[in-house]
Design a protein around this ligand. Structure first.
Ligand code: CTP
Ligand code: CA
Length: 230
């Protein structure tokens, strides 16, 4: 294999990838969720395995099977994902937050299934609270030399372009690399093709040509490998 796809580029490295959405419980049978398919995170895990890494995949609900060879940790809520990521990140060389983490969770989880009352007009009000920012926490507690990668799905709006929002997010989160999905075209979620821009902490902006999530995963690893300490 040539330099474009070095099949040993991640040999000896432990890579931790989160994938999928989260489910925030309301009661024992109900949750608030999102439409993340987990495809990009799974593609990243697979591409890391192909490059020789040991891979831990922390997976919320995902619509695709995890790749053979990955250590899979199944989670549902953001709080569970934070716990699993914190444990897995301890000896990791690279941590990638590809998951779509719910920003909010129900403030209370009912112990029993929520029942309707006799009053036909009565409906519960669900109060939400903020979830912790897993990525920011991983950055704050990262070990020396560990590379931390975040994702951002942004749309341009009256306050700025998607790129501008992503640049601010990269600085806010403090990660080494941010993978920007411009979702204005209504693409990305559950789709096979994707187009991303890679933003590095040093200010480098690298557009990645449109391709499958597998192709894009390869491009992301190509950007990560030079950031690893030898
Ligand atoms: N993320 C996280 N924990 C959260 C929310 C997001 O780790 N509670 C991670 C995502 O996995 C992603 C990155 O942060 O890698 C950016 O997520 P995004 O939703 O774009 O950013 P937020 O900080 O949640 O900001 P907002 O949704 O308000 O744009
Ligand atoms: Ca968010």
């Amino acid at each position: 294999s040539g330099p474009a796809l070095d099949d040993r580029a991640l040999a000896g490295r432990h890579v931790v990838v989160s994938a999928g959405g989260t489910r925030e419980p309301l009661d024992p049978v109900r949750f608030l969720g999102n439409r993340s398919s987990g495809r990009q995170g799974v593609a990243l895990a697979k591409a890391a395995l192909e490059r020789g890494a040991r891979v831990t995949l922390v997976a919320g609900p995902i619509e695709v099977p995890p790749p053979d060879g990955a250590d899979v940790v199944r989670v549902e809520s953001a709080l569970q994902m934070r716990e699993a990521m914190t444990v897995a990140a301890k000896d990791a060389d690279v941590v990638v937050m590809a998951a779509a983490v719910a920003d909010f969770r129900p403030a209370q989880v009912a112990e029993h299934k929520i029942k309707k009352s006799a009053d036909a007009d009565d409906a519960p009000v669900v109060t939400l609270v903020r979830n912790p920012d897993i990525l920011a926490g991983l950055v704050a507690s990262r070990r020396a030399g560990q590379v931390v990668v975040g994702f951002a799905a942004e749309t341009g709006d009256e306050t700025g372009s998607a790129l501008r929002h992503a640049t601010a997010k990269l600085a806010r989160k403090g990660c080494d690399l941010l993978v920007l999905n411009d979702v204005a075209a209504g693409k990305v979620f559950g789709k096979d093709d994707t187009e991303v821009t890679l933003l590095s902490a040093d200010g480098t902006v690298t557009p990645v040509p449109a391709g499958t999530k597998e192709t894009v995963a390869g491009a992301i690893w190509e950007a990560v490998v030079p950031l690893l300490v030898p």
